[in-house]
Ligand binder design. Structure first.
Ligand code: SAM
Length: 278
């Protein structure tokens, strides 16, 4: 596998995913009862935007760099910017961008727990190093899909699974659909947040159809596109499928995401829609 998230860290898809991830974590923190988070494709946790990979990709300039230099009122975007600043980047001139494990680890309270799974040895080692000394977190060098079986259901019986694969293999959508079904069989009341690419060709639409046909319920879609969704080349949009979303997440995304999209791109659009309701 050649995928290295450093090329993409902080791009528009990371912004979309991390804004929604923080909304989900905020909801979990509203009640005192402890929660659990499983991040099946965790990455290295912190990305140096001055690294060769980030500089060559330059994708963060079309993502987080635009967001931090704009003015915001939406609490969801302000919470995201605050979370980014809480990471070692600190200063306004962004240098380090936090990945999902750091964002999650920062939101854990005394009794909450998180497991991060990363298959690439170097990325897993970097993540272990990044999270060293933090209680309540475990880093596993393993296959994230296998971890769904090993880790679910969690004893807390409350929480979130983030599935964020690199889409480097041809059958990733198929694996993802299986993963959602396996995860829900093991933990029917868990919230699952699954990232997928929106590209021309309709692969994501077939993925939706497969889940609908499987009879799953409470499936909410959130898509943020920076180009028309049928543009023939490249990634047009970032998609999130949220299973068992918290109350009013749909309304909050409908308010917060259009401003975010306008800041990121004059083209594209936002789609927040129930694929299947109750
Ligand atoms: C899109 S990146 C993850 C980004 C991270 N979730 C974030 O938001 O910061 C996907 C990661 O999955 C890792 N990976 C690829 N296949 C995997 C597998 N089967 N199990 C676990 N990790 C895998 C890659 O090495 C890569 O670091």
């Amino acid at each position: 596998m050649n995928y290295l998230h450093a090329f993409h860290a902080g791009n528009f898809a990371d912004v979309h995913k991390h804004v929604v991830l923080l909304m989900l974590l905020e909801h979990l923190r509203k009640k005192p009862k402890q929660f659990f988070v499983l991040d099946t494709h965790a990455g290295r946790g912190l990305y140096d935007l001055k690294s060769g990979e980030s500089q060559r990709g330059g994708e963060w300039q079309g993502g987080v760099a635009k967001v931090i230099s704009a003015q915001w009122n939406a609490p969801e975007i302000l919470a995201y910017i605050q979370a980014i600043r809480r990471s070692p980047s600190g200063e306004r001139a962004l240098r380090f961008y936090p990945g999902s494990p750091l964002l999650i680890a920062e939101q854990l309270r005394d009794n909450d727990r998180a497991v991060f799974v990363e298959q690439q040895p170097e990325e897993a080692a970097a993540l272990k190093n990044e999270l060293r000394g933090r209680p309540r977190v475990t880093v596993l060098m393993d296959d994230g899909y296998a971890a769904l079986k090993a880790q679910l259901p969690p004893k807390e019986n409350r929480g979130l699974v983030l599935i964020d694969p690199p889409f480097e293999v041809a059958d990733e959508f198929e694996r993802l659909a299986q993963a959602v079904m396996t995860g829900l069989t093991r933990w029917p009341n868990g919230t699952f947040c699954v990232w997928y690419p929106v590209k021309a060709g309709g692969a994501h639409t077939r993925f939706h159809q497969q889940l609908r046909n499987a009879g799953l319920k409470k499936l909410l879609l959130s898509e943020l596109s920076i180009k028309p969704v049928d543009s023939p080349i490249g990634l047009n949009g970032s998609g999130l499928l949220i299973v068992n979303p918290p109350y009013q997440l749909d309304e909050r995304m409908t308010i917060a995401l259009p401003d975010l999209r306008r800041t990121l791109s004059p083209d594209g659009g936002v789609r927040v829609e129930w694929l299947v309701g109750e």
